[in-house]
Design a protein around this ligand. Sequence first.
Ligand code: PLP
Length: 451
Amino acid sequence: MEALSNSLAAADIATTMHPYTNLRQHEKTGPVVISRGDGIRVYDEHGKEYIEGLAGLWSVAVGFSEKRLADAAYQQMLKLPYYHTFSSKAHEPSIRLAEKLVEMTPENLTRVFFTSSGSEANDTIVKMMWFMNNALGRPKKKKFLARTKGYHGITVASGSLTGLPINHRDFDLPAIPVRHLTCPHFYRFGAEGEDEAAFTARLLAELESVIAEEGADTIAAFIGEPLIAAGGVLPPPAGYWEGVEKICRANDIVLIADEVICGFGRLGTPFGCQKYGFTPDIMTLSKQITSSYMPLAAVVFSEAIYQAIADNTATIGNFGHGFTASGHPVATAVGLENLAIIEERDLIGNAARLEASFQAGIRSFSDHPLVGEARGTGLIGAVELVADKATKRPFAKAGRAGAIANVIGHEEGLIFRSIGDQLALCPPMIATEDDVKEIMTRMARTLERLT
Ligand code: PLP
């Protein structure tokens, strides 16, 4: 601590409680202070260079030095730095971005509600479903179906939908009625002797039996990420989403695609639901919507849902929900410019074109003695470290190998995300073939040093 006095690190340790951080560990090791960005790279306060292999938090599509976004924010700040959207007030950037989202997303999604974070967006969806079902005279239809290892945020309602123990333990969650179904990850959750098709069939049978047990008249919605990302980059088995969609339709259960990470091209298609061939009634969008240059999220939803909610406001008055920053003009102006860049530079096409080399790179780590599974799709992937490759046995001290890999990765100039013992990569969508090679080289060096 003495040597650190007057440093940014010392000030950080003295004052800041970091999210998603072991705080006692942090007091000993201090922060990595990132001070600037350039393309797919960031630099720490000592000038050390890192490839940001996770695009920040799965979110910086256009890289870390896009001047057009800085200009869009500056120009909007000069013109109208803030206005709200309560009580019928509106401003051009949020109107234009809502129009753009309706144009980009599947045809059945026609309405947009803005929030600042993915968690707020999913909380908003919970409240919309409750409000809508009260309006429709179905006061029992309030439960949610989600999946183990799914991630939907950390607020009280969205954190309840999340299916990860770390987000529930000692927080007294779940706090809303939710059932978490089996995680659709064949490598970990497939049963002995079961093939992928039988695994899919088992998951769909489970969904049907939970609906029968609870009663379809008590279940409002099913929420899932097209590909579970923060839970470990877990692509679903073939046929899973078509089956889920069919069962939801048959039981009048709203289908929510949480596209906070998959949206805007991460999987090589505009939205993740298109990769897996299903059409949600609601989508949650955030992160790559502004490349995270400004906090922004959106709930995009169907006309039927909008009409049911709107009818109720005619009876009871306002839709009593909204945030000071809902549709913030600077955030939505940046979002519009960011989506323009994604289109002009065909970054979704770029992700699709890079898929072959990126996924080949990830899968090349399968031979490593500690890698149990190397997986992914589009421009997102992960390697799962295990104690015993043959039996898939995890390490006795979960997360330790991942944490060590993380430290080595930093030394090798590569930032990825350790999720327990799973190492996730999700680089900015401006990456090139050469960047993919360099990412894989640094990952290979990291894994070599781990043995
Ligand atoms: N949904 C998904 C799929 C996410 O990955 C995340 C964050 O990683 C969220 C929701 C929550 O978003 P936020 O951190 O902006 O609240």
